[in-house]
Design a protein around this ligand. Sequence first.
Ligand code: FMN
Length: 378
Amino acid sequence: MVGPEPQQPSRRPASHLRPLRIGDLEIAGPAVQAALSGYSDRAMRRVARVHGAPYCLHEVVVDKLLLQPGKLQRQILSVETDDHPIGGQIMGAEPVVFGKAARLMADAGFDVVDLNFGCPVPKVLGRCRGGFLVGDPPTALEMIDRVLEAVAGDVPVSVKMRRGIDDSADAERSFFTILEGAFERGVAAVTVHPRTVEQRYVGPSDWEFLARVRCHLGDDPVLLGSGDLFTAADCLDMIARTGVDGVTVARGCIGNPWIFAQVADLLAGRVPRAPSLGEQRAALELHWFESLADHGDRKGPGRARNHAIKYAALHPDGEAVRDAFVAVRGEAAFRAVLERYYPAERSAERAGDAIDLAAAAHRLKSCGVAGGRVASPS
Ligand SMILES: Cc1cc2nc3c(=O)[nH]c(=O)nc-3n(C[C@H](O)[C@H](O)[C@H](O)COP(=O)(O)O)c2cc1C
């Protein structure tokens, strides 16, 4: 045991939740949309916000790429007025470059700059970025210093970390060194995904570790949790069992933007409402429209289709719908799938009342993961 002794986690019943704040930014709910490479683009964020997501993170961006003038830079740095509050996430290996990229994000209007010390993709680790840094406290803290210096208090800075490179005592020591150093330096919030980098996505997220982090920090520092949040109940369960201030929903909101409203339902003492097939159709149509608006007619359909495949998990005939979306190549085919499987809403009828939320959550849990591996996880 290297970190703090295990104690009773400071339980935070949902009714006693304090408002989630990242620096000066007050966030209107404890469950936010995580950074998701290949997914959390503007279209996904818009759909999530329409369905109640109170804060969304941009997918991670490599600092060096952000510094290169051109189309990609313009695209990332054009934050639209209706896309707030938004966190911009960067990863990199060189402290000075990291600082410059953070400054660009702050100038572009990102409300928070989030630093990725968690991505487990081998190529990323090989370049000493992402999860590599959770095993290198001197460089990680130097990078935090340069970022804080560069943004000069103009926006809050947060950090996203896995719980260590591996299960060793050294790895845990490094984690706590970075965690404490981050808050001492003025980082406004830390999100902990309590899997190791080595673990990637195999095995469960260690919520007990999150509870230990909370005990170690005491009540004040703002702590968010990540990992295995597939339903609204999971979100409140993590808060209650670990004492985190908020949760970042990741795989659980791909194709399932309703999870945010369902968290609000639970907090208000209501039974979480499952989306009807008509509501699912409306969300799919919106997602398609927004994807084409953001990525154009060439790339947009592919992006939208990847999300549609995940939406299928909520459909009672999920496998058939999934296969139908997999075969979609253009708008006509997309509309044909909607016509076949998603009847437009008729008056007050809510076909979704029959949806089994637990079964849908199970399908969400397994979608995108094959043999314990995720398509492009960070
Ligand atoms: C497809 C995919 C892409 C991800 N991209 C990012 C990313 O860009 N930045 C990041 O900090 N985490 C990223 N993550 C990690 C998630 O934010 C989250 O920490 C992780 O999936 C654990 O949560 P879950 O078990 O509820 O999915 C990604 C995960 C997945 C599955």
